[in-house]
Design a binder for this molecule. Sequence first.
Ligand code: SF4
Length: 213
Amino acid sequence: MDFKLISISRHRLTTDGEGVTSLVALAGCPLRCPLCINRELLALGKVHIVSPEKLLENVMKDYCYFVATGGGITFGGGEPLIQADAIIDFFKIRPEGININIETSMNVDIPDDKLKKICEETTMLIIDTKSTDPGLYKKYTGLENERVFKNLEKIKEFGFEDKCILRVPVIPKLKDKETALKEKEYLISKGFNNINVFPYIIRDYMDKEALNR
Ligand code: SF4
């Protein structure tokens, strides 16, 4: 299965996983977050169709950095898990010594066997939970968050919760720090201990009015 690829950002340091990483941005996302910094990625117009072999050839330029620093590739986007088949094909050909991380919202319809395979082969799953509150989640993303919890329950059932970093954002005008800390406690009660509360920062290039709509 080929990738629908937007871009590859090389030589990232400790921003999306251990060591030096290349961020492989995949196209498409079912969510519509107002503060999305990847809007251009969501427009499917500029997509490159790339085979797993071709992607490997490209990222191998940095193999020495990956091995020396314990780094590797981070699939992000967009929502990389809507391209789970291509990622699973990539697992089959990756050489030893390359870590693979995935940045995801987990709001994807993915069969259990594929989710399990993803968990087995991935070094770290970095999951942006947005909000555990269904109302806040829908207000911010436009979708329900039932699938997120269904997938988190499966990950726990498979025993891969320690591979997960659950990100709990403080969202301007929508969710304050106190609420985020309560959400953290809720996720701990669900069996996930690696939780990162952090603020979304509004940058100059973002649509500042989006949160008022
Ligand atoms: S999940 Fe990420 S890529 Fe998708 S809309 Fe939200 S911020 Fe953008």
